[in-house]
Each structure stands twice: as C-alpha cells, then as structure tokens.
Design a protein around this ligand. Structure first.
Ligand SMILES: *Cc1c(COP(=O)(O)O)cnc(C)c1O
Length: 459
C-alpha cells in the first residue's frame, strides 16, 4: 500500500475475511482475572456449580484462561453474515469539521435491528443453549438493548426467550418492549409476582419501579426453577468478552488490509464487553511485547467504576445471589443516578478489563452526560449516524483527543468503537435539546458508604 493511497470512507472486509475464531486475551495475560467465587463458601466456583445456572459450553469458555483461539461454530458464522463484517469507517467529515491532522476511524456495530454490538454474544449464547438441547433462556434487560438482541437470536434458533425488564423501562420504553415481543420473547416487568424474589420485593416495596439487580435475581430464579432453561448475561462475563473479540479482530484485519496503525483506541465501558472485545487483539500484542497502543476506557461520571471504584471482590447483582467477582466496583448496593446511557449504569466492570486496567494496560476517564450529548449531536450532524448515548461516551473522548492533535499538530490515528444507534433514546435527546439535562455525580461520601458494604473475601 503506498502512502498516498486514499483510504475508502468505509472499509468492508469480504465475508471470507471474517474471523474464524474468537480470540481469548486471557491466554496472553500473565496476571489472569481472578476466579468467580461462591458467595456462601468463598471458594472458586466450579464448573459443576456454574452449570446449574449457565449453559455447559459457555461455562467452559468462562473458565478457560489458556486457549488463545476458540473456533466460531459455522452456524454462528452464518448468522454473523447477516450483519457482519461490520464496517470500519474513516470519519473524514468529522476530521474536516474539527480541522484536525488526526485520522479518526470508528468500528460501527449499530448495523443490525437490535441496534448494538450485543447481538455478537446473544447469538453465541443462544446457539450453545440450543446445542445443549435446552428449551429456552432467561435474562434481564435494563435499557432494552440486550433483551432485544437475545430475542432476535432466540427467534432465529427457535428457542424460548423470557426477559425480565426493569419496570420503569418497561413502562417508559414501550417500543423496545414491543420489538422484543415481535421477535417472540415473553417480556415481564420486574419486580413481578412470577418469582419468589419478585413477590418478596413487591410485598416490601409495592411501588418500586425495579432495578437491574432485582431483574437479575428474578431471571436467575426463573432459569433454575424451570426444566430445560438456563440464564444468560449480556456483558461483564469472560465469555461475553470472548464473543465480542470479533469486533477487535475485524478492526485489526481491516486496518492491516490498508496498512493503518492505531495510536489511540477508545471504547465506552459499562460492563466492559464492547471495550474488551475491541481492544483484545491489540492488548494481546501489548501483552506479548510486540506493539504499544494507548487504550482509553470511557465511563459516565455518574457511574465511575474504573476511575473511582475499588478493585475488590463484590456481588454481581443487588440481590446478592450471583457469584462474587473481583473487579473495579462501586459496591453492589450503589444505585447510579438516572443517567440516560442505561447500558453504562452498572456498579462493576468485567474482570478482564479490570485486571488489564490494574496492570496499567489501559487508561480510564469519566465524562459528564451533557458533554456526552454535545458530542453525540456534533457527530450526528457531521457523520450522519444517530449514536447511542453509551457509544457517545467514546465519541466524546475521540473528539477531545482529535482536538488535542489540532493543538499539537500531531497526526495521530484514533480508533473508537461506535457500539450502537440511539433511535430508542429520543427522550434523552429531547431532554438535552430542551436544556433539561443535568449531571449528577456521586460524592466521595456516597461512594465510601457504598464501598463500605463490600463483602469480606479472603484471597
Ligand atoms: C450495552 C451497551 C453498551 C455497554 O455495554 P458493555 O458491555 O460495556 O459494552 C455500550 N453501548 C451500547 C450501544 C450498548 O447497548
């Protein structure tokens, strides 16, 4: 490739250039992520224990710290072909508008009906459930993206899909709910009277509008109390990061095709799955001592697990029924303010991303939501795509870095993950357009109070 060859606006890989295997970054990590622990005994969770809740093959993937490449089954690759390879886009219009010498690229994962990267793992999880001969899966959804992705995947494979949707979202986001029902999912507002834990919560707090932690507890109970069902989760877990590595592998392949070399890689971080998937192959190069990159995780200032949390064992859910995970956490009792990036309102962070951050492979920054929506609108007007509020966290920092390049005159190459579209987030955009959006940042005292409740785990 000669230096003056113009890079196309959209770099598409051929179907046969799509990855044949997922990349498991744990294989190259010297410090492996800490094991999940049983909240009762404090001992590492065994495969047998996990298989009561999760699908067998997914438990193997969850526990596998050594296999670098795990083949993507043909049926999943066939499904991926409906919306992958996804484009790596050179943001020429954004560069010009910013008058920056930086080269900006984004990997666009919003090109499917569910509207986000979550479908990459939803189809994999549904596939392994089907192959195990299960009847269906249960899950929770907050903002609705994960529930939508899982509904699509289950419809394709003919699996039953039961979604516990946080009650306030169920009522405020009727369109998301109807998309899921259109794909055949059964959607129950949580807390509900269909589970013991739901009935208990309703008896104590009849007017509650629900929470993600409560919906998780209901979905887990629904899975273990029905024959032929397992529970699935859309982020945080090692297996989800593994499936999302398809994002990073395609990004890397597209860059290699045109001789592009990234200096800075940026992703938004909720539970850490899209960021972890995007950076995995690049972090692998760093871990093997082959290359160096600057990697930046972007989180909301209202839910700053990496930048202000503690690296410790904690519960993954508010109901304290799930295993303990060692991660950057704000405490499982931490309730973030009503930030509009629903997908980033999680108290913890993937164990893999947490360990990489702890070991200094990546940086983290937090941004306020008005700044995020300012970047979202700027991007929409320049590049055309209406971004999800979650994705716009990455846009914010990509723009900030490009502006720095304008000031220093450096022509850095910036790559960021554009995880999804924001069509179902128009109430948030409306608030921003009306000047009614505010930033609610937790105080040190609030975080200290929540962190004081961390479980005591001997390591
Ligand atoms: C869920 C979601 C996220 C955040 O989840 P991660 O597991 O951190 O990737 C980001 N963007 C979109 C569009 C989402 O739906």
């Amino acid at each position: 490739m000669t230096a003056n060859t113009k890079i196309p606006y959209k770099i598409y890989l051929e179907e046969n250039e799509m990855p044949q295997a997922w990349y498991n970054v744990r294989a190259d990590m010297q410090n492996k992520p800490a094991p999940l622990r049983n909240p009762g005994t404090g001992q590492p969770m065994t495969a047998a224990e996990l298989e009561g809740v999760f699908c067998r093959e997914l438990v193997q993937q969850e526990l596998d710290n050594t296999t670098a490449y795990i083949p993507i089954p043909q049926e999943i690759r066939d499904f991926y072909k409906m919306y992958r390879p996804s484009p790596l886009v050179r943001a020429y219009c954004l560069e010009e508008k910013l008058q920056t010498p930086a080269k900006i690229y984004y990997k666009f994962e919003g090109n499917n009906t569910s509207g986000s990267h979550k479908l990459n793992s939803a189809i994999a999880q549904a596939y392994y459930a089907k192959r195990q001969g299960l009847r269906g899966v249960t899950t929770e959804t907050g903002a609705g993206q994960w529930g939508t992705a899982l509904s699509m995947a289950c419809a394709y494979l003919g699996l039953d899909c039961q979604v516990y949707m946080v009650k306030c979202s169920y009522e405020q986001k009727p369109f998301r709910r109807e998309v899921m029902r259109t794909y055949g999912a059964k959607v129950t507002p949580s807390p509900s009277n269909t589970t013991q834990v739901g009935r208990k919560i309703l008896a104590e707090h009849p007017d509650t509008t629900g929470s993600l932690g409560c919906a998780i507890s209901e979905a887990v109970e629904a899975a273990v109390s029905q024959e032929g069902y397992r529970y699935v989760l859309g982020s945080v877990l090692n297996q989800v990061l593994l499936h999302q590595s398809v994002i990073g592998l395609e990004t890397k392949a597209a860059m290699e095709k045109y001789g592009i070399r990234a200096d800075i890689i940026i992703g938004c971080a909720g539970g850490g799955s899209n960021l972890g998937g995007l950076i995995s192959p690049f972090a692998g190069e760093m871990l093997r001592g082959e290359r160096d990159y600057r990697i930046i995780a972007v989180e909301p200032a209202s839910c700053p697990s990496l930048t202000r949390g503690k690296f410790a064992y904690d519960f993954c859910d508010t109901g304290m029924v799930c295993p303990l995970a060692k991660m950057y956490t704000l405490g499982s009792g931490f309730i973030p303010s009503a930030n509009h990036a629903g997908g980033l309102r999680y108290h913890g962070m993937s164990g893999i991303v947490s360990q990489l951050y702890h070991d200094g492979l990546l940086e983290a920054v937090s941004v306020e939501q008005t700044k995020v929506f300012e970047a979202a609108e700027y991007f929409a007007r320049v590049e055309g795509i209406l971004p999800a509020p979650e994705s716009s966290h990455a846009i914010r920092v990509a723009i900030d870095e490009a502006v720095k390049c304008r000031e220093t005159g450096e022509a850095k190459t910036i790559v960021f993950g554009l995880t999804g579209t924001g069509y179902f987030d128009m109430v948030a955009y409306e608030k921003y357009n009306n000047g009614e959006m505010s930033d609610r940042i937790p105080t040190d005292e609030e975080l200290a109070a929540s962190l004081a409740q961390l479980p005591k785990v001997a390591e």
